[in-house]
Design a protein. Structure first.
Length: 345
């Protein structure tokens, strides 16, 4: 510290404050939102904290100052969080006949209320699915506009219940069993379908958890009062999501099939809810994605709130977010999977 200029001393002090905040953020995914509702909101700024730590690391490195060790240690200890934020692309794995492709997409009711100035949104989504040729499609915020689409799928399950947002499964494989998990006092829900692929049965969950009710195209000035409202909405939504996640956790304990959980969590990969629902499953983005994996069309933040979690008995060979396909407030996500081959002795 003695050899630092007054400016660098100030920068190092800021760096230390940032370190404390980052370590606090590292702990938040382990704290239940219903116990710490206000603190849970700060999981949303963890990506910013990681970026700032990287900037400080480079700042000290370019000056060959040992202070770089501080942010370097922070980044090293948070390497699992870094991989949730950004992933460098990897080589594509060979496509084999045993592969199957899963798609998840919140279609926002096929533009029912014309948020997008385009009457052809349902047809565009239908064409997109035809081009990508998934074997199983999980759609959240479904609407009857889709009932005459997706004719290439022999099997389908449409979930419709009064007061609840709709879901739809479309499958090229036979559907053995279906059901739903009802959440109290909300329009959100989770549905599931057991699908037969060859000699195996797979359990698919399609989720749509509590919305935070923040518009992706918000343009108005956010003053102190509006900030308080947004903060309160977030903390209340996160508490509700925790209750919903606990219902999902309990239900999947009774499932012995290899499972795939798809859908819209309405929360980040740094949250308690993400950690609870993922459990020991693989995050397809972390396994085979690239970039930030932005799945929600929010102007100011690369929000990844849609996921495909895969059982450890499955191998994730490819994952992609189609963020150039803007026909909802979400983007389609697609993963190519295969069963892990057992070693024969």
């Amino acid at each position: 510290m003695k050899n630092l200029s007054w400016f660098n001393k100030l920068m190092y002090f800021i760096n230390m404050v940032l370190t404390v905040l980052t370590f606090l953020a590292y702990v938040l995914p382990f704290l239940a939102p219903k116990l710490f509702p206000l603190l849970s909101v700060f999981t949303l700024i963890l990506p910013l904290l990681l970026v700032l730590n990287f900037i400080f690391f480079m700042y000290w490195l370019l000056q060959t100052k040992r202070q770089m060790l501080l942010s370097g240690l922070v980044l090293l200890l948070g390497i699992t969080f870094v991989s949730k934020l950004y992933r460098f692309s990897s080589d594509k794995e060979e496509v084999t006949p045993d592969d199957f492709i899963v798609m998840s997409y919140n279609v926002r009711m096929f533009n029912l209320y014309e948020w997008i100035d385009d009457t052809l949104v349902p047809q565009k989504i239908d064409n997109f699915v035809k081009e990508r040729k998934p074997d199983v499609v999980c759609l959240q915020e479904y609407n009857k506009k889709g009932n005459d689409l997706f004719k290439q799928f022999e099997y389908r399950y449409i979930y419709k219940e009064k007061g609840k947002s709709q879901h739809a499964f479309f499958s090229k494989f036979p559907i053995l069993n279906t059901g739903s998990l009802t959440f109290p006092n909300t329009g959100n829900s989770v549905v599931y379908a057991d699908v037969i692929k060859g000699k195996d049965t797979l359990r698919f969950y399609s989720m749509h958890l509590q919305s935070v009710k923040i518009s992706p195209d918000i343009h108005e000035k956010i003053d102190e009062e509006k900030s308080k409202i947004i903060f309160r909405r977030l903390s209340e939504a996160f508490k509700e999501q925790q209750l919903q996640a606990e219902i999902v956790q309990q239900h999947k304990k009774d499932c012995h099939y290899p499972m795939i959980i798809c859908g819209d969590l309405n929360n980040s990969a740094f949250s308690y809810v993400y950690r609870s629902i993922r459990g020991d499953l693989k995050d397809s983005f972390e396994e085979a994605g690239s970039g930030f994996g932005k799945s929600y069309n929010y102007k100011y933040y690369p929000a990844r709130i849609d996921y495909i979690f895969a059982d450890n008995r499955l191998h994730v060979k490819e994952f992609k977010t189609y963020d150039m396909f803007v026909n909802s407030d979400h983007y389609p996500i697609i993963s190519r999977l295969a069963f892990v081959k057992e070693d024969k002795e």
